[in-house]
Design a protein. Structure first.
Length: 182
């Protein structure tokens, strides 16, 4: 897989050949175009990170820090190798956490400007659990955005404390951008 833009533009990173569904280049480009392309100064969280395609893209585009959370041990190993392979003094800090998304959200004291959540499609309650934990533990900054990917035909349960600011379908994938209500 290839980084689309930023400091790491055109650099390649590996995708595990098991249990991941990396975000396609077209979808990544659309997401970052909607966000304004530049992530300079942002703290980013990539939940269900897989190969790290979304977090790596934000990192390449100037994010101050990117925390990757991945539960699957083999996938986490590939993710960690990708970060090590792409590291540069020009880039912000990264951290690869091997663990469950809910455990991470329940214990972190950090707030993020941008949160990516792209869980496996066979976790039907992941969206509701993720969004509720983000709200409950104040993980999102007041101006922050959650980018959530789900199956295009999937059902959407949004907590009342959040609102959808953008929704778009790309083939079999639906992308929601959400923020907390003010």
């Amino acid at each position: 897989m290839r980084v689309i833009s930023g400091i790491l533009k055109s650099r390649l990173f590996d995708v595990p050949d098991i249990v991941v569904r990396p975000t396609k280049a077209q979808v990544r480009e659309a997401i970052f175009s909607s966000l304004g392309s530049n992530c300079s100064g942002w703290d980013v969280l990539d939940l269900f990170a897989g190969a790290g395609s979304l977090g790596i893209e934000a990192w390449s585009r100037g994010a101050t820090s990117v925390d990757f959370v991945e539960k699957h041990p083999q996938v986490w190993n590939v993710l960690q190798k990708n970060i090590q392979k792409l590291e540069s003094d020009e880039l912000g800090a990264t951290r690869c956490v091997k663990g469950d998304f809910l455990h991470y959200l329940n214990q972190t004291s950090k707030q993020y400007d941008l949160i990516f959540a792209d869980p496996p499609y066979d976790l039907p309650d992941a969206m509701e659990a993720t969004l509720h934990a983000i709200v409950q533990h104040s993980v999102l900054t007041s101006t922050g955005v959650v980018v959530y990917e789900l199956r295009a035909s999937g059902t959407v349960v949004i907590p009342s404390e959040m609102e959808v600011i953008r929704e778009k379908v790309y083939g079999k994938t639906r992308v929601l951008m959400l923020k907390e209500r003010v």
